[in-house]
Every structure is written in structure tokens, then in C-alpha cells.
Ligand binder design. Structure first.
Ligand SMILES: [Zn+2]
Ligand SMILES: [Zn+2]
Length: 333
């Protein structure tokens, strides 16, 4: 199975590289010659968890991490090791890169998610940002996308969506690939929300793509095993030390440090200083929903989540078990 995963990963990386390079060329043409950007390509890159351009970032950052922290502490060693968490991270990487998650999303939403995503470019209902030059639109798009990202992440921590988001939080140790570890419905919903607002405001496609790449770079860095940069993590952008607290099992760390830019957590009262490392990271998982084969786990989580919604609506019996305040408790370190 490990050989199959490695072969799939290599194939996906090669395909991703080709499509990623095509996107770079498309983007360059759009910026240099003012050609209209291929929105379908942009949506494919941004909405999906396996953002293809991120492969380039992923490979570069993973190599940099190995050079900085050494093989023993690297994400690569964990991904190729024998821990449950590392195996799930590796498979989520493969599922994300091969776009297998899109099949789950399409089946779960009866194809409607794809229709909504395809309709986004025509949704510029308040096109205040349409005529902005790239140098202004790009940083503004970062601010808007990070703001929406903060609130959509908070949404995923509500009792309704937590069972899906817990799939990401179930990692016992963080690696670069934990950035790809998310339930497909969670990643699709958060990705769609992050795109929706800048699309409504009429931001040019290349500015949204720039913002998406910045967010992806931050997400990869914050799940890495690189050293933290205290001043940066305190005032500008969250890194591995701050995001590790977001994954902590300790109750006083729960529902903190949601964002990419520090400003939103400071402004909305969810910032917590990374004064010390957490005792452990992960979630309580009595039913072992978030363990084992990643694809099987994704489907089991989805079935359980839909049953819980059914119970909320009074369709089934019993009550909802998982909620942000009760789902996390101490795990062995
Ligand atoms: Zn979270
Ligand atoms: Zn995370």
C-alpha cells in the first residue's frame, strides 16, 4: 500500500506540475498582456484542497524544512513513517492532489457545489474592486480573503460543522501535509466562502489568485515543523507556534488563533500568545471515526455528520455528541 501511495503521489505531483506551470503561464499572460483570466482554471486551483500551484510551494517548503530542521525532525520522515497520523496526512495529500475529494463533494452535494462555483464569476454584484490596478487589488484581496477565511474557520468550529472540521484537528502531530488534511466538504465550503466575497466585490481574478497563493503559503508554513518567528507570529501572520495552539488538546487553547493574519484574532478577541508548546494536539475520538484509512474515515465522518443533522431535525434518535467545547480533551502526548 505504501508503494501505491508513493506512486500515486509521484504521478499526481507530475500532473500537478504540468497544470501548475500552465496556470503560471496563464497568469503571466493575464498580467502582462491584459488577457482575460481563465476562471475555470482559477476555480479549479482555489476551491479544491489540492491547489495545484501549492504543489510547487509544497515541494520548495518541504525541502527548506529538511535543510533547516534536519531529516529526523522533518515532515517527510513522519509522512514516510509508521504513525497513524503520518499515514492519514500522506493519504490526504494523495487524495487532495488526485482530486479524489472532488468526487466526494460532487456526490454529497448532488453536483450543486460545482454549479455554484462555476457561477461565481458572474456574481460581481457590488463590483467596487473591478477597476483597481493589480498592485492595489492584490494586497486588498489578501485582506478580504483572510477576513473571510477567519470567519469561515470560526464557522467550522460551531457545533454544526465541528464533526467535519475535527478531521483536520485529529492529527496527532503536524506536518506540511496536515495542511491538506481536511474533510472534502469542509475544504470545499471554506474554499467557496473565501472565493465568494472577493467575487461579489468584483476583484480581478489574478488578484484573488495572488491572495490564494499567499494564504496557501501561510497554511503550509503554519503546519510545518519549521521554527516559529516570534515577532511575525505576534503581530503579522500566524506560523507553526501559534497554529499549534489552535490544534492543542488543552481547553484554554480551544477556539483560538483561527486566522492567517494576526489582526483578525486580535480584533475579535480570539488571539492567544504562543508562550509555551501545548501538552499534546488532537481530538478525543472514542468512536475512532478519524483513524485508519483516510478515505474510509472521510465517508464514515460524513455519514455520522449527516445522521447528527438528521437527529437535530428530529428525523433520527439520540442527540449530537460532538461540539467544539466537548469534543477536545486530553490525549496522551
Ligand atoms: Zn480549526
Ligand atoms: Zn491546522
Amino acid at each position: 500500500m505504501r508503494n501505491l501511495a508513493a506512486a500515486t503521489l509521484l504521478t499526481a505531483a507530475a500532473l500537478g506540475l504540468v497544470i501548475g506551470l500552465k496556470l503560471v503561464v496563464t497568469l503571466a499572460r493575464s498580467v502582462l498582456h491584459g488577457e482575460a483570466l481563465d476562471w475555470s482554471l482559477l476555480l479549479a486551483v482555489h476551491v479544491a484542497p489540492g491547489e495545484l500551484l501549492s504543489i510547487l510551494l509544497f515541494a520548495g517548503m518541504m525541502t527548506a524544512e529538511m535543510l533547516v530542521v534536519g531529516w529526523h525532525d522533518s515532515s517527510a520522515r513522519i509522512l514516510l513513517g509508521d504513525t497513524d497520523s503520518g499515514k492519514t496526512d500522506l493519504w490526504c495529500l494523495v487524495i487532495g492532489l488526485t482530486r479524489a475529494d472532488q468526487l466526494i463533494v460532487a456526490l454529497a452535494t448532488f453536483g450543486t457545489f460545482g454549479l455554484v462555483a462555476a457561477a461565481l464569476p458572474s456574481l460581481a454584484l457590488l463590483p467596487v474592486a473591478r477597476d483597481l490596478p493589480f498592485w492595489l487589488a492584490a494586497p486588498l484581496a489578501v485582506v478580504v480573503v483572510s477576513f473571510v477565511g477567519y470567519w469561515s474557520h470560526r464557522l467550522m468550529h460551531t457545533a454544526l460543522f465541528w464533526p467535519l472540521h475535527a478531521f483536520h484537528h485529529a492529527a496527532d502531530e503536524l506536518t506540511f501535509a496536515t495542511a491538506f488534511r481536511g474533510h472534502p466538504l469542509d475544504l470545499a465550503l471554506e474554499g467557496l466562502l473565501r472565493m465568494l466575497v472577493p467575487a461579489l466585490l468584483g476583484f480581478p481574478g489574478e488578484a484573488i489568485l495572488f491572495a490564494a497563493l499567499c494564504m496557501n503559503a501561510q497554511t503550509l508554513y503554519s503546519h510545518s515543523r519549521m521554527p516559529g518567528l516570534p515577532a511575525l507570529e505576534k503581530f503579522v501572520v500566524f506560523g507553526p507556534r501559534a497554529h499549534e495552539l489552535h490544534h492543542s488538546v488543552e481547553a484554554h487553547h480551544h477556539d483560538r488563533n483561527f486566522g492567517t493574519l494576526v489582526i483578525w484574532d486580535r480584533l475579535f478577541g480570539t488571539y492567544i500568545e504562543s508562550e509555551a508548546r501545548p501538552a499534546a494536539i488532537g481530538v478525543e475520538d472514542p468512536e475512532r471515526l478519524y483513524r485508519g484509512n483516510a478515505l474510509v474515515s472521510m465517508l464514515a465522518v460524513q455519514t455520522s455528520w449527516m445522521r447528527q443533522i438528521g437527529r437535530r431535525l428530529g428525523v433520527g434518535e439520540g442527540s449530537v455528541k460532538l461540539a467544539p467545547s466537548t469534543a477536545k480533551s486530553s490525549l496522551p502526548g
